[in-house]
Design a protein around this ligand. Sequence first.
Ligand code: GAL
Length: 367
Amino acid sequence: MKKKIVSVLTVAMLSMSMLAGCSSAGNNAKDAVNTTENEAVADVAKETAKQAADAGNGSLIDKKVGVCIYQFSDNFMTLFRNELLSYFVAQGFSADNITIVDAANDQETQTKQIEEFIANGVDVLIINPVNSSSADAITDLAVGANIPLVYINREPDADEEQRWEDNDWNVCYVGCDARQSGTYQGEIIVDLGLDTVDLNGDRKVQYIMIEGDPENIDAQYRTDFSIKALEDAGIKVDCLEDEVGNWDQATAQQIVANALESHPETEVVFCNNDAMALGALKSIQAAGRTVGSDIYLVGVDALSEALEDVIAGTMTGTVFNDHFSQAHSAADAAINYLTGGKNDRYIGCDYIKVTADNAQEILDAVK
Ligand code: GAL
């Protein structure tokens, strides 16, 4: 799979350069994904694990990893955690030693889960914080117990990251720069041309914005940078509505239904992620509108369903949020700590712009 993604990335980079200028605590892994899935993962990985052990990673089989996810029902984080588990096992860990827990979007629950992991003597922690603003308290818990920590997906602020560096703590962050994803969303609309998108001919783009969790830097950057890309291209914009959909399909569906009723002049719907774009699409269709002819719709993540919509023309575009690369980098960072190595405090990854031109290729790679 990694090979496949690397080749997709290469092709995507090439095509991008050609287009330059367009620019409950204690649950174990068996609770995280179902048992059948776990067994399949373990079977597939057995041979790889043996090779890893032969290569000197044998000690990893006994290492205990505690993984905290902000919310299991989040589609993107589900892809991420499943890949994380399967990659850890492929590197020589025992699936029974990878414990993945759901904070159900509650920081207090997550803090208890972290305390429990520490009490149970995990060797490394991987944390997708519920609130990035709680990172200092989380770091203090891990550092106090001398347990290395890899944050994923929700980036702590710059002061917090500076603290890791100043104190030479074994703490790092793995994620992508959400400014890039926002810019790509905007560019997908810019590339259509104002004449196409400006349906009412007022030389402006009327849009509605559906945001993820407002505390989350991904949501803030995608909201700002998607619009900045239009403005940078000299396109005037008119924000009709900007609402919080909390990354959630049903919430976004409701918001977009109401927004389209109040603002039939909407030309573009920007969603901070695909789950919300899929909800938006339902309301767009229910309102009798047609993506690609009288409205445009963009998301982020490249969920399979969204890619199918991009291929069918029922979504204008999305942006691939590479859960393979992020899961592998997070596990590799954890392995580095476990084997006495260090990590950069920020480990990044590139997004890929997805339109009808490359959606099939991305779909083949993620399936
Ligand atoms: C984003 C992703 C969203 C959601 C969010 C959770 O990177 O695009 O779909 O999963 O992370 O923090």
